[in-house]
Design a protein around this ligand. Sequence first.
Ligand SMILES: Cc1ncc(COP(=O)(O)O)c(C=O)c1O
Length: 336
Amino acid sequence: MKTPAFARGTIDTVGLTPLVELTRLEESSSFRVFAKLEGHNPGGSIKDRSALAMVRHGIDTGRIVPGRSVVVESSSGNLGIGLAQVCAYYGVRFVCVADPRTNAQNIAIMRALGAEVEIVTRTDPATGAYLPVRVARVRELAATLPGGYCPDQYSNPFNPRAHHATMREIVEALQGPPDVLLCATGSCGTLRGCAEYIREHDLDVRVVAVDAVGSAIFGTPTRPRLVPGHGAAVRPALYRDGLADEVVHVDDAECVVGCRRLVGLEAILAGGSSGAVVSALERIRERIAPGSTCVLIFPDRGERYLDTIFDDDWVAERFGDISHLWKQKAVEVSTC
Ligand SMILES: Cc1ncc(COP(=O)(O)O)c(C=O)c1O
């Protein structure tokens, strides 16, 4: 019998995102660049994959019981939206602990999907970050709410496990492994899942982790960051040495420049960590061998960054006039 050409429920559309060749970003280079557009997931980001895998495992093992359990998680937005959607689908109550950096639209989306959102307002005195306070509040809620359960994206093996499929889809679409993979890191779910798949299948792929300047993941000093999504104030439990062959740290201004270049050159409106990945590619491009195939994972779309990265006043107030850093390249393309 033929496989049906329709999805069975919206969560059946998680994954199988498009892989698109970017023909203008590195126009005169000797290598090819492809982007995995994770913003095409139903909840709008790569975190739909992790949310679905963690909740499904919770239900399969009886740890989450629809109608009785309460899922509690800390999220700056995307995982929260993914969990809100999956929990709504399965009829599970969901409480998301967020912080003031969380985009107001993300909070509205979670609430529209039936989630309860609690915003912590204090930062951790030691690091100045919200994350440790958010994590402590999640633990408290999971322990005190009847039926409380925290999937804990920072330590749950089903977070990286979900990304075996991400890497498999890339390899299948290219009909072979790419030479270079660039992926943003936060919980380390994407990085670890892709790296595990590469190792398990003995593939020859150079994995480049893209982290934020000021993130603790790879042991560099922490400092406040403006762009949410990638980076972490505390090294996640999922982290392992040797997952990446190389790490590139990208600052907030470079995220903006990467996002704006993507719009100008490829007409792709993508989120801050996608901009980080684009800027990281620019940083390593001289070291990419001619004839190579590079894959960039773009974790989400740009709509959630309209009042920051894509707002000219917001950018100018924080970084000065840096528009020449993306405008020059865009003009080159439009005149050819
Ligand atoms: C926009 C965005 N980029 C990158 C990441 C990092 O992905 P991971 O948690 O798999 O390391 C996240 C995680 O939430 C994200 O939301």
